[in-house]
Each structure stands twice: as structure tokens, then as C-alpha cells.
Design a protein around this ligand. Structure first.
Ligand code: PMV
Length: 337
């Protein structure tokens, strides 16, 4: 049996957002969603098999070594380890060490990459060959629905209705369309309201049901834009859907304000870029940081425009990525040396 396995898994940025669930415990969405898996941001997770009888361990790997995870993250990670152990039919403990190379819980899908990485690394450590479709279903059952999309690269759709319990599906591989995602950081600390609470409150917004009516056309437009690599079709639709997610959040009861003043500054700068003929479109997940989606030729202009705005702490240059990567190095070894 393999005793240890490490994977780096990227978050994904949703073009059409999952927002609101029919069953939150199993992460069954009210609507279908489509995302682009990223490449440079990553959650790296090592999972090591322990001797029978040893309890599970969850560690955060930082520059000073391993620190025991606490709170809600620890509870969710332990529950998912238990779920995967049952799936694999083993009964020994597992040690998990994980780290992100980007700010967590601030609108870059750290729960998607974190739980997708935990899923693939655990099954790798247990030497289970699991097809991507099954990994997607297992990752979703962590409670982070968007994790179902991060186990695949490129452009990915997670269906709704009866198909929501099944896997996410790759619409196109990463090499189909080289899109860039300039992540504009206006928030370094964690958001105050989790996306789980956001999903819970979403149906209380008077705008929630109206979005459901608009989504079939939006999903079709995004699929067609991906198919034909047409940013002029994709851009307006993804910006509209992101603004609507936040409209719903702000009008939920009680309301949720994920944006910071600098989020608006960035949204205005994106519109200014377009006025100058630079094709760039904004989207935000449940956080204040803004993802600016553009073609490779526009990336420098986007970065130059964003870097010096008031309230911007920095930018991350990301792009479409090809999915989970197995690594030779271990977070247990790296951090104890
Ligand atoms: O997967 P969750 O429960 O963290 O929710 C994700 C919610 C959004 O990031 C806002 C949208 C999405 O589809 O990724």
C-alpha cells in the first residue's frame, strides 16, 4: 500500500455561480454552474497512513512548520477523512497536512481546492484508482459543492436537478482556450460570512427566484462562448451573474455584504479598461477580491491598471489550468526539515 501521497489542486473561478442549495448537507445545488479551473493558486495537501489505532491528525503547514488545525475547518476535514475512509473500506488513521499559496476564505475558492486536494490525496495514499467522475462526487460530499469542479481541469459544468448528485463534467480541456484570471486582492483576511451561510440565506432574497428564471439562457450562452472561444459573449454574461449573486447576498435576510469599497474601485477600473478597448470582464465569488478575466494579450494592461488602485494589496496572475497534479515532495518532510 502507498503510505503517503501529495497533490496540488487549484481553485476554480465560477463563471455561472452555485448559489443556493436544495440540500445543503449533501451540497445539492439549486442551479447548474460552470467554472474555469485555475492553475497557479493551489492547495497542496499531503496525506499519510497511520498505524491502526492512531487517531486522525489535521495539520496546517506554514513557514514555521506544522500547526494543528482548529475550529470549523478541522471538523469538516475530519468528517471528510471519515467519509473517504468508509468509501475506501479501510480502518486506520490518516494524517493530513495542507497549505494554500493564496489568501483563504476571501473569494478565491479555497474550500473547493482544499477539499478537492484532500479527496485526491487521501485516495492516492490509500492506493485507490478512482476515475475523475467519482472523485468529483466524493469531493462534493465534503459539503463544498464547488470542490466537485476542481478535480477536473479546464472548463467544467456541475449540473443541477437529478444530475446534481452525479459528477461535474468537463466542457473543454485547458488547452482549448487560454484565458487569464488576474485576481485583484483587496481583502487579505477571512470573510465574515461563509458561503455555506450564503447558500442557506439565498432563497430569502426577493431576487433569488428571478435569477433561477434567467439562468438557463446564461448557462447556454457561457457553454456556447466556451465552445467558440468568444470572450465578447462570455464576458458580459459572467459579469452579470457575479453582480447578481452579490445582489442576492445583499438582499438576503439577514443581508451579507461581501464587497469592500475597493471591490467597487476595481469594478470601475474594469469598465474603464473596456472603454479603452481592452476586453476584460470582472467576476467575484463569495468575497471581496475581484477576478478579472481576459485574453493573454490583455493581461499586461489589466495588471498595470489594477496594481496601483487605492485599496489594492496586489494582484495574482492566474490562468486556466489542467487539474490536480501529483507531487513527489511531502509537506510532512518539507516542514520538519
Ligand atoms: O462550494 P461552496 O459551498 O464553497 O460555494 C461556492 C460559492 C461560490 O464560490 C460563490 C460560487 C461557485 O459556484 O463557486
Amino acid at each position: 500500500m502507498t503510505r503517503e501521497c501529495t497533490y496540488a489542486v487549484a481553485p476554480n473561478i465560477a463563471f455561472i455561480k452555485y448559489w443556493g442549495a436544495t440540500d445543503l448537507d449533501s451540497a445539492l445545488p439549486r442551479n447548474a454552474s460552470i467554472s474555469m479551473t485555475m492553475s497557479e493558486c493551489a492547495s497542496t495537501t499531503s496525506v499519510r497512513c497511520l498505524e491502526p489505532g492512531q487517531p486522525d491528525e489535521i495539520w496546517l503547514a506554514g513557514i514555521d512548520g506544522l500547526v494543528a488545525a482548529e475550529g470549523a475547518f478541522r471538523d469538516r476535514a475530519l468528517a471528510h477523512v471519515e467519509r473517504l475512509r468508509e468509501y475506501a473500506g479501510v480502518d486506520h488513521g490518516l494524517a493530513v497536512a495542507t497549505r494554500n499559496n493564496f489568501p483563504a476564505a476571501a473569494g478565491i475558492a479555497s474550500s473547493a481546492s482544499g477539499f478537492a486536494a484532500l479527496t485526491v490525496a487521501t485516495l492516492g495514499a490509500l492506493d485507490k484508482e478512482v476515475p475523475a467522475a467519482e472523485l468529483s462526487v466524493l469531493a462534493r460530499r465534503s459539503g463544498s459543492g464547488s470542490a466537485s469542479r476542481s478535480v477536473m481541469g479546464g472548463y467544467v459544468q456541475w449540473p443541477d436537478g437529478e444530475d446534481a448528485e452525479g459528477p461535474a463534467v468537463q466542457l473543454a480541456a485547458a488547452d482549448h482556450w487560454d484565458l487569464r484570471d488576474v485576481v485583484v486582492l483587496v481583502q487579505q483576511d477571512e470573510k465574515k460570512v461563509s458561503s455555506l451561510d450564503g447558500h442557506r440565506r439565498a432563497p430569502s432574497s426577493p431576487h433569488f427566484e428571478r435569477r433561477q428564471e434567467l439562468l438557463p439562457d446564461r448557462l447556454a450562452a457561457v457553454r456556447s462562448a466556451i465552445d467558440s472561444r468568444d470572450l465578447a459573449i462570455l464576458g458580459p454574461v459572467i459579469e452579470e451573474d457575479a453582480i447578481e449573486l452579490h445582489l442576492i447576498a445583499m438582499s438576503s435576510r439577514p443581508p451579507i455584504f461581501y464587497w469592500l469599497p475597493a471591490s467597487l474601485t476595481v469594478l470601475a477600473a474594469v469598465r474603464r479598461l473596456r472603454d479603452r478597448g481592452v476586453e476584460a470582464w470582472a467576476t467575484l465569488d463569495a468575497g471581496a477580491n475581484v477576478h478579472v478575466i481576459c485574453a493573454p494579450a490583455a493581461e499586461e494592461a489589466v495588471v498595470a491598471e489594477m496594481e496601483n488602485l487605492d485599496g489594492v494589496h496586489g494582484v495574482l496572475r492566474d490562468r486556466v489550468g489542467s487539474g490536480p497534479k501529483r507531487l513527489d515532495r511531502s509537506l510532512f518532510a518539507v516542514t520538519s526539515s
